[in-house]
Design a protein. Structure first.
Length: 269
């Protein structure tokens, strides 16, 4: 029997290693990426105060929406983009005309760090905009590709949201994932703390958000009364069986991947 040592097996083998030039290039990319990321956070409101007012009025109206479960609230921007696609027509020169009608309603926030749960995404309109309602309902009749994303297959539903007194805050928005992170983990916790202090005991905490891309601003409403009407017939969080799953459903791998993509300009993902 002939013995062969590890040294003999690996002699002459070279461990692949990046050249000095490649390492320097990667370092430069990371430095630039970090600078871009920091600039994105600053533009998205990193140092902006969350100035909550107690004199807001929620507009209310007919709400044509999709009901989403087990979704990261940061995906609201993607749902708004889908809404604009479904509303857009060749006669419209700019799809930003719909921004003022689009609202999301988050119903499962039980703590300052909640980022996953149920929410509604749709348009809040009055009778003068019945054509927009019809356009979305027509989307329900279209045959969806079997490989289409699951949210595309959800039906638009019709509900009503009340016009009520609200706490309200305006906060910058850049319509990107950095902005979504700041809204989830800076604005929402501040609103939760405000509601915990000011809502009567037993009243549900709900946030409804609308964003204007032209003004680069989102407006967040916290209804101070009639919160149960914002559920539109769906169960309260304490009665919702899927809530326990949402507490461990944050996709940290996807979040880290997105941050790496920004920091390394797509060089390392």
């Amino acid at each position: 029997m002939v013995g062969v040592s590890y040294h003999e097996l690996t002699v002459g083998a070279k461990t692949e290693r990046h050249s000095a030039g490649e390492r320097k290039q990667f370092l430069v990319i990371c430095v630039v990426g970090v600078a871009i990321l920091m600039n994105s956070f600053v533009n998205a409101g990193l140092f902006e105060p969350v100035d909550i007012k107690n004199d807001g009025i929620y507009p209310g109206g007919e709400y044509i929406h999709k009901y989403l479960e087990h979704k990261d609230y940061a995906s609201t921007g993607g749902m708004f983009r889908k809404l604009r696609e479904d509303l857009h027509s060749t006669e419209d020169k700019d799809d930003s005309i719909y921004d003022g009608d689009m609202f999301a309603v988050y119903v499962d926030i039980l703590g300052p760090s909640a980022g996953v749960g149920r929410f509604f995404s749709g348009i809040l309109i009055d009778e003068s905009k019945a054509a927009l309602k019809q356009k979305l309902l027509e989307e329900n009749m279209k045959k969806k590709d079997k490989d289409a994303p699951s949210v595309d297959k959800l039906q638009y539903e019709i509900g009503d949201l009340p016009s009520v007194r609200c706490a309200v805050v305006k906060f910058p928005s850049t319509d990107g994932f950095v902005s979504a992170l700041l809204h989830n983990y800076k604005v929402f916790p501040a609103l939760y703390a405000y509601a915990k202090k000011n809502l009567p005991e037993g009243h549900k905490f709900i946030i409804s958000t609308t964003c204007n891309r032209e003004k680069q601003m989102c407006t967040h409403y916290v209804p101070m009364i009639e919160q149960e009407k914002f559920l539109m017939g769906h169960p309260d969080t304490k009665d919702y069986e899927g809530h326990a799953q949402d507490q461990v459903n944050v996709d940290l791998k996807l979040l880290v991947k997105d941050i790496k993509k920004v920091v390394t300009l797509g060089y390392w993902v």
